[in-house]
Design a protein around this ligand. Structure first.
Ligand code: ADP
Ligand code: ADP
Length: 228
């Protein structure tokens, strides 16, 4: 079965904005899906609902078969989120920062996994450095390490390259493609077609709260007349 099943999902905010309108989508374990759309399309709302941060006004979401409304505790263990803003504890070390997040999920320490995680994100040498001493790219990698601290099956990246330079964007693309090998399912939002094309197996185009289409990347790029 799909790791995520979104069925007729809608969200109307208190002010009246319909941020999502009747969105249905299934996501398979291990795939990388990009949600592509302009600012205000509803991308953040969609991942915020799946991550339990926003309550939908209609429809259902299942994560690993668990309904997020009735079985949230089981669902959240399967999910890791890298938020849009960099929010790190400046005086905390890299390793402690990741340990802290793991604790929030009620998981006991696992130093062997912590080492593997920090090595895979090229942060092992910085494990005892305070996060404020890190470069922008390293800070983003710490956020990914925190999101993966409890070994989730699904990783959400909300606008992973918003406001970063070309060099850092490339670095993030590399990090994501390396995560593919770990088998984690990745869902990212972006408003760059090139970024979606570079990273994702499948692209969902979202606009004004509507999921316009969902296609394998190769198929979609073929339609746009671009070579792979
Ligand atoms: P995106 O991530 O694609 O930029 P969002 O999900 O952030 O889109 O926003 C979708 C729509 O919902 C926008 O019109 C936005 O202004 C509105 N919106 C987002 N968050 C809230 C909120 N907390 N309260 C009211 N409206 C919101
Ligand atoms: P202060 O020294 O002013 O308490 P901290 O950076 O230690 O500042 O903490 C700020 C907030 O971040 C606190 O609410 C604390 O609970 C939280 N916090 C502290 N350490 C971590 C951590 N490693 N990971 C995530 N949040 C943390």
């Amino acid at each position: 079965p799909p790791i995520i099943e979104i069925d007729h999902l809608s969200k109307q905010y208190a002010g009246g904005t319909r941020a999502l309108d009747n969105v249905s989508l299934s996501i398979e374990q291990g795939e990388i899906l990009a949600l592509l759309g302009p600012n205000g399309a509803g991308k953040t709302t969609l991942i915020s609902i799946i991550c339990g941060l926003v309550v939908p006004t209609g429809g259902t979401v299942r994560v690993g078969g668990h309904d997020i409304r009735t079985d949230w505790r089981a669902a959240r263990k399967l999910i890791g989120l890298v938020p849009q803003e960099i929010a790190l504890e400046p005086f905390e070390t890299v390793a402690n920062s990741v340990r802290f997040t793991r604790g929030l999920y009620g998981e006991g320490p696992d130093e062997a996994y912590l080492e593997q995680l920090l090595r895979s994100l090229a942060l092992w040498d910085k494990r005892d450095a305070p996060t404020r001493a890190l470069s922008g790219g390293m800070k983003r990698r710490v956020l990914i390490a925190k999101a993966l601290s409890h070994r989730p099956k699904v990783l959400f990246l909300d606008e992973p390259t918003a406001g970063v330079d070309v060099h850092l964007r490339r670095e993030m693309w590399t990090v994501v493609s390396e995560l593919r090998a770990s088998g984690v399912t990745i869902i990212l939002t972006t408003h760059y077609l090139e970024e979606a094309e570079e990273m994702a197996d499948r692209i969902g185009v979202i606009d004004k709260g509507h999921l316009m289409l969902v296609r394998p990347t190769a198929e979609l790029m073929g339609e746009f007349g671009r070579k792979q």
